[in-house]
Design a protein around this ligand. Structure first.
Ligand SMILES: Nc1ncnc2c1ncn2[C@@H]1O[C@H](COP(=O)(O)OP(=O)(O)OP(=O)(O)O)[C@@H](O)[C@H]1O
Ligand SMILES: [Mg+2]
Length: 185
């Protein structure tokens, strides 16, 4: 039994009551899909987010030139935690099959099952959610990543994940899930 328990899981993935350690959770979705909102349900140390690591190494979470250093930080934490039998959650878009393949390969080295959580949110809703927050992502980037998501959805069950869960659009997740008026429309 690990640190990820039903208490922190939304109903959509409530079937995951007995997750083994170590475990790697890979979120899959374009910007604005709600990945980080979902990730916030999990214990902070297990959530790996490249924006955070870019900021740590460069003071700017969106400095793309800092990405190689940020990836190195992510890798170090990923390996350190999996080696200790601790769970990790990758809070990145992961809409590229090669990126997912690499994550699965790395987890396999520690005997860690890898679970995909895909955010099946329509493009218009991703654009709307993205525009509604302080950090703006270029619409074209969202369009591109969303197209990659649509390509990815049917492939995920064939890629070697121990389980694939889909968060449908409109699913109420996060700490404000019970707040009237909060969430998707
Ligand atoms: N289920 C939901 N219903 C309605 N709004 C949501 C939902 N989930 C997240 N949001 C809102 O959508 C916006 C984008 O969410 P979030 O930042 O979690 O996306 P993200 O997938 O992490 O994007 P990025 O890849 O750019 O980091 C936020 O303002 C968040 O509050
Ligand atoms: Mg995010």
């Amino acid at each position: 039994m690990g640190t990820v328990k039903t208490a922190v899981l939304p109903a959509t993935v409530g079937g995951l009551t007995e997750w083994p350690d170590p475990l790697l959770i890979v979120l899959v979705g374009p910007p604005g899909a709600g990945k980080s909102t979902f990730a916030a349900l999990f214990p902070t140390p297990m959530v790996l987010n490249l924006d955070t690591f870019r900021e740590w190494v460069s003071d700017d979470p969106h400095d793309q030139q800092a990405t190689p250093d940020a990836v190195a930080v992510e890798r170090a934490i990923l390996h350190g935690r999996l080696r200790r039998g601790l769970p990790c959650l990758i809070d990145s878009t992961n809409v590229d099959a090669a990126v997912r393949r690499d994550l699965i390969d790395q987890a396999r080295g520690y005997g860690a099952p890898v679970v995909a959580v895909a955010f099946d949110v329509p493009l218009d809703e991703c654009l709307r959610r993205s525009r509604g927050r302080a950090r703006q992502v270029d619409d074209e980037v969202i369009r591109l990543k969303h197209a990659q998501l649509l390509d990815s959805l049917p492939r995920l069950p064939l890629e070697g994940f121990a389980a694939v869960y889909t968060i449908p659009c409109g699913e109420r997740i996060g700490s404000d899930a019970h707040h009237p008026g909060a969430g998707a429309t």
